[in-house]
Design a protein around this ligand. Structure first.
Ligand code: PEP
Ligand code: MG
Length: 324
């Protein structure tokens, strides 16, 4: 099987009826100078910036961050690299920035922290913009957006960072800006949010956790955590249709994008791209190359009629088995 997957390495992720679904890489979580999947991926769909913040004993400055972002932008250029602004808090606390909360996942995390500390946000965005000079392949992604106000505030700060650098005489690009869709409130405001940005990226890890009220890291409730839950599928349908109505690209960057079963449904929904860890690329590509988009649509229609995740999973298991 592995040689079979290996032989797909240089073939596109294309369905049997010719629909191309670009596959991007998630990276940044571990320190790797050449992440697996560099050659096969269409670029980076999610670069998590927490690591350089986690391994230090104080906030990294503009120069340190810039060198870091420059490295990943250079490695993948001219392919796009989507860099997410700091998503600390929740399951990613910083040792030198202690926050005591009884409910960290519902607390001060992601964009909430950086909007309260614009100096952290501005430093990071300035570092990203300078790192992209001459490469121009940067895209900026904002985590944990739950309201239009948060998004407008963040967009204003990005504009400010850009204007400052421009006034300093640097020829910085205006990068496409997108948001993570991972807070349920964002799903219900999808059109207002989509209208303001260049792309959407669905964080199914958090979206599932928040929709189902199931802690993504708690083994006692691990069985309840299921991305194939009908509520999650319906939320995704709403996000895709909101994105379509505003003609904005939508991608999936949570673990779901690397799950061969779920990918059948995502292909059926018509998402524009998937982003996953390098290890998942070959299997996902194999699934996409084994069925038509028309078939994926039929399966999606069928899956949406089921009332529980187990039935959806059975349907997809049977399908994958049949496809070989
Ligand atoms: C997600 O929530 O699905 C996601 C991709 O972000 P993270 O796992 O970093 O929270
Ligand atoms: Mg998340």
């Amino acid at each position: 099987l592995s040689t079979e997957l290996e032989s797909l390495r240089h073939l596109p992720a294309e369905s049997t009826d010719g629909f191309l679904l670009p596959l991007y890489l998630n990276t940044g979580l571990v320190s790797e100078s050449r992440p697996i999947g560099i050659e096969e991926s269409a670029g980076v769909g999610l670069y998590r910036t927490e690591l350089p913040f986690l391994v230090r004993d104080s906030f990294p400055g503009e120069e340190v961050q810039m060198a870091n972002y420059r490295k990943v932008l250079t490695t993948f250029a001219p392919r796009p690299v989507t860099i997410r602004t700091l998503d600390i808090g929740g399951d990613k606390p910083l040792p030198y920035f202690p926050v005591v909360e009884s409910n960290p996942f519902l607390g001060w995390r992601g964009i909430r922290v950086t909007l309260d500390h614009p100096e952290i946000f501005l430093t990071q965005v300035r570092a990203m913009l300078q790192a992209a000079i001459g490469l121009e392949n940067l895209r900026i992604l904002l985590p944990m957006i739950g309201s239009v106000t948060e998004l407008d505030d963040a967009l204003r700060l990005i504009q400010r960072a850009h204007d400052e650098l421009h006034d300093e005489g640097l020829s910085v690009m205006r990068p496409p800006v997108g948001i993570m869709i991972e807070v349920p409130a964002a799903v219900y405001q999808i059109e207002s949010l989509a209208r303001r940005v260049d792309f959407l990226s669905v964080g199914t890890n958090d979206l599932t956790q928040y929709l189902l009220a199931v802690d993504r890291n708690n083994s006692h409730v691990a069985e309840l955590y299921d991305e194939l839950h009908p509520a999650v599928l319906r939320a995704l349908m709403q996000v895709v249709s909101g994105a379509r109505s505003q003609e904005v690209e939508v991608s999936i960057c949570g673990e779901m994008a690397g799950d061969p079963l779920a990918v059948v449904l995502l292909l059926g929904m018509g998402v524009d791209s998937l982003s996953m860890s390098g290890g998942s690329l070959p299997r996902v590509k194999a699934v996409i190359r084994s069925l038509s988009r028309a078939r994926a649509r039929e399966l999606l229609k069928c899956a949406l009629q089921f009332e529980d995740a187990a039935a959806v999973r059975r349907l997809l298991m049977n399908t994958i088995e049949e496809l070989g």
